[in-house]
Structures are given as structure tokens and as C-alpha cells.
Design a protein. Structure first.
Length: 257
């Protein structure tokens, strides 16, 4: 059966905007909390507390996919060579020189919003700071392509054209996704050229762009917990993510303050 892409109604759009704002404010709140000597589990608990106080819930907690146990935490914390889906842990203590991606998904009145940022801890090597800069800019360039009437594959082409200048690599195993009443929906958003996937963007479409950029090669390996992936060559990886809404006049970043 062919799956269809849901378009947000005016009332759903209002709720999605609130969900996105909560996601953005939480990430800003964590900016003042994330520092040397705290554990990634501390970050998880701070996120849980803030989310509950603000009338929302954390979508990742107990989220299930085929072949893996329910996700045990409320956010993903992916440090250094961990590409994505890192599980917060009391023994994982942040130290100077680390980078850590914090990926959060808020559920508010049955609507989801997803965003992430990679934080630098203490004194970080120039090459890792540059990776963060490039990863963040690649997201911005992808967003610039997201306009009504544009082919969705233009997003990945813009990201890849930029990344290639630095000989970094893009993880192809994971893509952006539609978001709204469900955590993961259509459309898929590839972060690299995929001319076989043709779709014109329409007002009311909501989705994420979330390129994972590796300092080394794109190859990744899965850890035994069935959730977490890391770079095969142990080089650092960075990611930034926003949830977006296509409007009649352009694109709205839902997870921006």
C-alpha cells in the first residue's frame, strides 16, 4: 500500500509550533547545564525534569524499533566517535576536548518536535571545532533549499556539495524524516544526492533535516545495545538538527527561538 504524506492543518500547525518552541527552549536550557565533569545521565535527568514541568513528555523514552529493546532514556547523547543514538550513562563523564550531540524529541499534545545540537566541552581541538562549524552550516544550507515547489532532493545535494570541500563524509544510513502526530513519518529527507527520490515540497509538510557529518569516512558500526552507532575509524562525528514546516511563502524553522 502506498504511504501518503500528511499535511498539517491550521490547528495542528499551532500545536506543532508550540512543540517546536518547547524543543528549542529545552536545548537552550541544556546549554547552561552541559559542562565538564557531569555525566550524560545528568543531562538526561535535567531534560526529563524540564520537560515534565513544561507540560510535555520525552518521545524517545521506551521508543521501540524492530530488533532492539525499548530505548531506555529520554534523549540521545552521542559523544565523540558516537554518530547517533548514544544512551545516557552515569559513568560517561564529559571532559575537556569532548564533543557531544544532544538529540531531543518533545511530545506535546500528541505532536512531536525534534532537534539536536553538538556541544563542545572545554578546550576542543581546532579540527573538531571546525567539524562542528561545517556540520552546523550544512544544516543551514539544507534549510535554504526547503521551499514550496522545490524538489526535496535539492536539500541533500546542497549539503553534499558543501561537505565535499572539506573531504568530510555524510552518514548515509540515517536520514531526516517527516514529523507530526508520529515521531517518524514520510517524507524521507536524504542528506546526499538521491535523484531517484523525487518529491515536490508542499505547504503543510513538516520534517527534519539532520545531517550526520564525520571527520573521517562514512562507515559506521552498531554497538551491542542495538541502538548506538559509532564511526568505524573512530574519528569524531557531529550533527545539528531542526524540525521544519513548509509554508506558502517559504520554510519555517519550528525548533528555533
Amino acid at each position: 500500500m502506498k504511504q501518503t504524506i500528511s499535511l498539517l492543518s491550521p490547528s495542528a500547525t499551532i500545536t506543532m509550533r508550540r512543540a517546536g518552541k518547547l524543543c528549542a527552549i529545552l536545548l537552550l536550557h541544556l546549554n547552561n547545564f552541559i559542562k565538564e565533569s557531569i555525566s550524560t545521565l545528568d543531562i538526561n535527568y535535567e531534560s526529563e525534569k524540564w520537560t515534565s514541568i513544561n507540560g510535555a513528555s520525552s518521545a524517545p523514552l521506551n521508543y521501540s524499533i524492530e530488533g532492539a529493546p525499548p530505548f531506555p532514556r529520554s534523549l540521545c547523547s552521542s559523544r565523540n566517535a558516537i554518530v547517533c543514538h548514544g544512551i545516557p550513562c552515569i559513568s560517561e563523564i564529559l571532559k575537556s576536548g569532548d564533543i557531544v550531540n544532544i538529540d531531543i524529541t518533545i511530545k506535546y499534545r500528541n505532536f512531536h518536535s525534534d532537534c539536536s545540537r553538538t556541544f563542545s566541552i572545554g578546550s576542543v581541538l581546532y579540527k573538531h571545532n571546525h567539524l562542528l562549524y561545517v556540520a552546523k552550516k550544512s544544516l543551514k544550507l539544507g534549510i535554504l533549499e526547503a521551499n514550496p515547489g522545490v524538489n526535496i532532493c535539492n536539500i541533500g545535494t546542497a549539503i553534499a556539495n558543501y561537505i565535499e570541500r572539506f573531504k568530510y563524509s555524510i552518514v548515509k544510513d540515517f536520514v531526516g524524516h517527516g514529523i507530526g502526530i508520529s515521531f517518524h513519518m514520510l517524507p524521507f529527507v536524504y542528506h546526499y544526492p538521491n535523484k531517484n527520490y523525487k518529491l515536490l515540497l508542499k505547504p503543510g509538510m513538516a520534517f527534519t533535516i539532520e545531517p550526520m557529518i564525520n571527520l573521517g569516512k562514512e562507515n559506521i558500526i552498531q554497538l551491542s545495545n542495538k541502538w548506538t552507532f559509532k564511526t568505524k575509524d573512530q574519528e569524531f562525528s557531529a550533527q545539528y538538527e531542526h524540525s521544519l514546516l513548509i509554508t506558502t511563502s517559504g520554510v519555517e524553522i519550528l525548533t528555533s527561538i
